[in-house]
Design a protein around this ligand. Sequence first.
Ligand code: PEP
Length: 250
Amino acid sequence: MRRKIVAGNWKMNTMPAEGVELAKAVAAKRHEAGSNVELIVCPPFTHLSEVVKVTRGTGVAVGAQNCAAEEKGAYTGEVSAAMLASLGVEYVILGHSERREYYGETSETLNRKMAMAYANKLVPIYCVGEKLAEREAGKHFDVVGAQLREVVFNLTTEQFAHLIVAYEPVWAIGTGKTATSEQAEEIHAFIRKILAEKFGEAAENTPILYGGSCKPSNAPELFAKSDVDGGLIGGAALDADSFLGIAKAF
Ligand code: PEP
């Protein structure tokens, strides 16, 4: 049985006090989702310390949205994986399309960030996904395949055993357009096949989350697919009821 996971990517939303309230509300309602689904919230850096405190022992884990590619030193504005781990953060989103697009993150950068995450025992939620033009040109398999081969294939077997992958078609993020459950299953199964090329049967255990305008109304159909193991949720994670509503889809 693969892990079922619903993770909320809050992006640059909520002021710290609001974020703490949101985390408390998620923790208070956590029982509404079954114990078979793991919940992770990923607030902005400024909220992490408090959010870790208010979720401790509640069955809600905390992730960051990014980490530095370097260990420490003269990197103004960066936050290291060690700093995150020291707060009690357990996960880190890496390779989100917004980071690739707006901050020029390449596979080379992401390889270094992944190494820093693993060196500090943070579990990466590694995001892949194609843009609209790439899907329309039928290149989505090539794009996603390359994003996996260039980064995930560099992991050791031990590291790979702890990886979470998120498939997030860029055209579905924050647009209200969702991949159909058939489109999601097709590419999730493809992702697992690519992972198996390198890691064999271990790929059967890798949670592959769907992201892109996932909400309580469409989550049941998406999560019913055999290779969709949960969701990475943006907008709908900013409301405890809708976040839990998605988690209840399992
Ligand atoms: C995301 O960016 O991780 C995401 C899935 O966003 P949304 O749910 O808002 O489309």
